[in-house]
Design a protein around this ligand. Structure first.
Ligand code: BG6
Length: 478
């Protein structure tokens, strides 16, 4: 179903994210018939170039980042015909009158800030003062949304000076991932999970976002950030919130975000014993972290594992173990809900753990599986085994081989539809920083050194200990 007619102004149109994610996602929605023929994508950046050169840049991005099956010349020609370009001086006056001329009042106007956060304020201010933005306009802002509470507050204030909160869409692309939305469907559209979803039946929750890439090429940004700011404060925190939150009264942007906010506010401060930080060593796949970061003295973490307590009735005594890192053995993102064992076992022999596990896989192979214990088939007596009740979305939904839409496709269309449900609200981001800040300050003060770990591993040994000493184990990454 096509969305309403729109003009999307993409600031930072010549940047990496635009090429890798935003333009390909718009194109895929175009292919899917969701982008109206009259809709327009207006690239904006500092470089001087004409429409023709911008269209070439769009073509190059599509050639590199869209699968061949979706690319044919006619469709690409039609898509790029809807793209144009205006050179804009974010902190000056160049290009703004031209932009005002270009955008239509009768269409939804979306302004996408795929630029450094320092430009959010000046861009928002000019959109307002040149009379380009109106009540029906939407602002999309990319991460990082601040580096601490103070900077996030400042960014919120800069945006609030020109736009209302209901017009601001803060992207956390993890929220656009199909499985993340499915987690809410599973929890709140089925009768059988919610009664068990508490400390009485759940032993612990593990959230893993493991990556095989290093930080080479973006070391300058990453070294100031580290895994805590780059991944935990935003993406893993969102996964934790959706797992732990109370059912909202309605699937509505503010009600959902109210519930997530309550979770963040219920997080206990962490002690040093609940944090393990790591840095990858030199390895077969590339240089060490400190070389990638070009900072031999760096104490920034490329891996972190945390044990978090959510202090409320539902979760008392149920630890949430989080871990994320670069250059690990495989790319895997999943939420594992580990249920408790039955109160009493009437059987003698069980292969593996008799407890149920619900695994929500974000990537690869998006899907969920619920491990259940059954009798091993055959005449060998009452021997129990764990088997998965598997639901891989690619199999369960759509024709074979259909690509699951990229998170950005969903999120950009939500912006045009005016649906803020999968975007972070200002107070939520601030609350996440308020919890994160003292943790980071703690290790900065202690001048804590991250442990070294081997590339292609599951992080430092100490991260294993974080769970072992509680008598639990991380799920194997292999
Ligand atoms: C980004 C982080 O927000 O998310 C990157 O800055 C990380 O460091 C990326 O690699 C992971 O996203 P995805 O969608 O590839 O899992």
């Amino acid at each position: 179903i096509p969305v309403d007619d729109f003009d999307l102004v993409l600031f930072g149109a010549t940047g990496d994210l635009a090429a890798r994610k935003i333009l390909p996602s718009l194109y895929r929605r175009f292919v899917a018939g969701q982008m109206p023929e009259s809709a327009r994508v207006i690239g904006a950046a500092r470089s001087k170039m004409d429409d023709k050169s911008f269209r070439k840049l769009v073509r190059d991005a599509l050639a590199e980042f869209v699968s061949e099956a979706k690319r044919d010349k006619k469709t690409i020609d039609a898509f790029v015909a809807q793209c144009s370009y205006i050179a804009i001086d974010a902190k000056g006056e160049g290009g703004w009158e031209q932009l005002k001329e270009a955008v239509r009042d009768e269409a939804v106007k979306a302004f996408y800030f795929s630029v450094a956060p320092a430009l959010f304020g000046p861009l928002a201010e000019r959109l307002r003062s040149y009379g380009i933005a109106c009540e029906n306009s939407r602002l999309v802002v990319e991460k990082p949304f601040g580096v601490d509470l103070e900077s996030a507050r400042q960014l919120n204030a800069d945006l609030a000076a020109s736009f209302d909160e209901h017009q601001i869409y803060r992207i956390d692309h993890f929220l656009g991932k199909e499985t993340v939305q499915n987690l809410m469907a599973v929890r709140f559209a089925n009768v059988m999970f919610e009664p068990l979803w508490n400390s009485r039946y759940i032993d612990h929750v593990q959230i893993t976002v493991a990556e095989t890439v290093g930080v080479g090429g973006r070391g300058a940004y990453y070294d100031k950030s580290g895994a805590m700011r780059d991944m935990v404060q935003n993406h893993l925190m969102q996964l934790l919130c959706l797992t732990a939150m109370e059912p909202p009264n309605h699937f509505d942007a503010d009600m959902l975000r109210d519930e997530k906010l309550k979770v963040i506010r219920a997080l206990d401060p962490l002690t040093p014993a609940e944090i393990v930080r790591g840095q990858y060593r030199e390895g077969p796949d590339g240089p060490s972290y400190v070389e990638d970061a070009e900072n031999p003295e760096s104490r920034t973490e490329s891996f972190i594992a945390l044990k978090i307590a959510v202090s409320n009735w539902r979760w008392k005594g149920v630890p949430f173990y989080l871990r994320t890192g670069k250059r690990m053995s495989r790319r895997l993102s999943e939420i594992v809900v580990q249920f408790k064992e039955t109160p009493h076992s009437i059987f003698d022999r069980t292969e593996g753990s008799p407890a149920n596990t619900l695994t929500i896989r974000l990537q690869p192979d998006e899907g969920m599986d619920l491990s259940v214990t059954i009798k091993e088939p055959g005449p060998g007596g009452m021997r129990l085994v764990n088997v998965p009740l598997d639901m891989t979305f690619a199999d369960a939904l759509g024709p074979q081989g259909e690509e699951i839409p990229d998170a950005y496709e969903r999120l950009i269309m939500d912006v045009i539809r005016g649906d803020q449900t999968l975007f972070m609200r200002g107070d939520e981001v601030e609350a996440a920083w308020a919890w994160t800040d003292p943790i980071i300050e703690g290790w900065v003060e202690r001048r804590a050194q991250p442990y070294k770990y081997a590339q292609g591993s599951s992080g430092p040994e100490e991260a294993l200990m974080l769970m072992h000493r509680d008598g639990r184990r991380w799920r194997e990454l292999e």
